[in-house]
Design a protein. Structure first.
Length: 70
């Protein structure tokens, strides 16, 4: 797991809490902010997922014997 994945998930959870709190107190403004934070968190997590996939692919690629032919 990388920092984007962790921060993204945390922001997503925080946004969900903010949305629910806004719903409890009847604040549509807080609900919208919560939804926005959830969307930002999901995006940040996906960026982290992509980064990790690239890192994994690069790690896998470095172990492949290319048989340097000349």
């Amino acid at each position: 797991m990388n920092s984007d994945q962790i921060k993204g998930k945390a922001k997503e959870i925080g946004g969900k809490i903010q949305e629910e709190a806004g719903e409890l107190v009847g604040s549509s403004k807080q609900q919208v902010k919560g939804l926005k934070n959830q969307a930002e968190g999901k995006l940040q997590k996906k960026v982290g997922d992509a980064r990790e996939a690239v890192d994994d692919a690069l790690d896998d690629d470095s172990t492949i014997d290319r048989g340097n032919r000349m």
